[in-house]
Design a protein around this ligand. Structure first.
Ligand SMILES: [Zn+2]
Length: 106
């Protein structure tokens, strides 16, 4: 998986533009917590939660595609299993948009 999917994370780009030096200020894929550990966690979440948690709560059935941090790492969320949930892509996109809006208000 590419470390920076442009279409899914437009916020990353605008945030990055504010940084004067992308190459030295941006943490590595590993340091950001999306290395091998994340891959293992993602596999576990998809196995344990085959259906999107938000859709399930709203009586829809959508397969999990994303292992999502319930509390975003940017807001101090952990990489523990209990901070992960399985989400479908549309729910993840909506949640990420809400988090980005929250980050902008800070
Ligand atoms: Zn969903």
């Amino acid at each position: 998986m590419p470390s920076k999917p442009p279409s899914l994370r437009p916020r990353k780009v605008s945030a990055a533009r504010k940084l004067s030096n992308w190459t030295t200020t941006r943490a590595s894929r590993q340091a950001r917590g999306y290395g091998r550990e994340h891959e293992l966690m993602r596999a576990q979440v998809l196995r344990e939660e085959p259906l999107c948690r938000i859709c399930t709560a709203e009586h829809r059935i959508s397969p999990t595609e994303i292992a999502d941090h319930i509390v975003p790492k940017a807001e101090g969320g952990s990489d523990e299993r209990d901070n992960y949930q399985g989400l479908c892509r549309p729910c993840h996109k909506a949640k990420t948009a809400r988090e980005s809006a929250r980050a902008r208000r800070k």
